[in-house]
Design a binder for this molecule. Structure first.
Ligand SMILES: Nc1ncnc2c1ncn2[C@@H]1O[C@H](COP(=O)(O)OP(=O)(O)O)[C@@H](O)[C@H]1O
Ligand SMILES: N[C@@H](CCOP(=O)(O)O)C(=O)O
Length: 329
């Protein structure tokens, strides 16, 4: 459930009066999502999404997030386009929260992605990376390798209550990831949270990407690793090589991987697994059971971490280097 802030009809009507969007017809809270309060907004001119930014989002980051969506949408990527008010602002204030209105994207997210979905997604991710290359702002990744240890330490050894031995396992992996994390791969703006619930499909075609609220400046191939972890495993925890192959090939059809990016993929996938293991572990231990937020199981990412640790050669993800890189790896 993600409606943390109530908005009254007079408050919303007054907010809307600043826009050329017609009069308020109806609005209702959207249950999905974790970070912010979202409303489906209907006016006499169309359907929109109203977002109120909650505590977990830093106000200082909003121009980056909203500006990025506008930049991407203007370059043909299907993602929410922020609507300007009559004075040209995309960000305002409603019910004591920063707020913005976005165009509505048709489609639904898929719980059972197919290899074709993965191929289309790979292409969209690469197009996003290319379109974002000309965006002038940057944002540090607040969940980068240097942030993982403090996050782990803030869990206070609670990992062992989730799974015996988890703390020692995390510590060993953290030390290895910190020592070997690559710094010389191509970087740019990444989505950083491209999970199935953030990708819409309509009649089998990818219709848009949403939720850019973890977007940041980081390694492009790390975004591919995050996406592979989120899309290419089955509910029983097994890796689906057909989906992995389709995702990587779809990406490389648009943006070829450099040999070093290809070689680094197992390490980047371990890092991606560690990042989501740690944020889920923190929430598992700290978010009250009766809160609105649905806590996600950290053990899903522990299994993925173990799988990626077992990979000896990137080809095990489904594609030989020669098919996805510029030269020979
Ligand atoms: N532009 C949009 N078009 C259609 N639906 C949207 C749009 N933006 C958000 N939504 C809906 O709102 C839900 C929550 O949005 P999301 O950005 O994922 O929230 P959060 O940042 O809180 O996780 C999505 O799952 C989707 O149903
Ligand atoms: N994708 C993350 C949680 C973030 O949720 P979102 O609704 O903002 O995408 C996870 O699965 O741990």
């Amino acid at each position: 459930m993600a409606v943390y802030t109530d908005v009254t009809e007079p408050q919303l009507a007054a907010f809307l009066a600043r826009y050329d969007l017609g009069a308020l017809s109806s609005y209702k809270g959207i249950a999905e999502g974790v970070e912010n309060s979202n409303f489906l907004l209907r006016t006499t001119t169309g359907t929109f999404i109203l977002t109120l930014y909650e505590k977990r989002v830093d106000r200082g980051d909003l121009p980056f997030f909203v500006g990025l969506m506008e930049h991407l949408a203007e370059r043909g990527l299907s993602c929410p386009l922020p609507v300007h008010d009559r004075e040209g602002n995309t960000l305002g204030e409603l019910a004591g929260r920063p707020a913005a209105i976005f165009t509505f994207l048709d489609g639904m997210w898929t719980r059972r992605p197919s290899p074709e979905n993965c191929r289309a997604l790979g292409g969209a991710l690469a197009r996003m990376h290319e379109a974002a290359a000309s965006f002038p702002l940057t944002r540090r990744n607040g969940l980068s390798p240097q942030d993982w240890r403090p996050l782990y330490e803030s869990c206070g050894g609670g990992g062992d209550t989730v799974e015996p031995g988890l703390s020692a396992e995390i510590e060993a992996d953290l030390a290895d990831l910190e020592a070997r994390w690559p710094t010389d791969l191509p970087s740019g703006i990444i989505h950083a949270d491209l999970f199935p619930d953030n990708v819409f499909f309509l009649a089998g075609e990818l219709s848009g990407l949403i939720d850019f609220y973890f977007a940041c400046t980081d390694l492009l191939a790390y975004d591919l690793a995050i996406t592979l972890c989120a899309w290419c495993f089955e509910p029983d925890g097994s890796y689906n090589v057909t989906k992995g192959r389709a995702l990587i090939a779809g990406y490389a059809d648009v943006r070829r991987l450099q040999p070093a990016e290809y070689r680094s993929l197992p390490l980047l996938c371990r890092g991606a697994s560690m990042r989501f293991l740690l944020t889920r572990l923190y929430d598992w231990l700290n978010v009250p059971d009766d809160s609105f937020v649905t806590k996600k199981d950290p053990r899903e990412y522990l299994k993925k971490l173990r799988f990626h640790r077992s990979i000896r050669d990137t080809a095990e993800y489904g594609l030989e280097a020669a098919r996805v890189t510029k030269g020979r790896a």
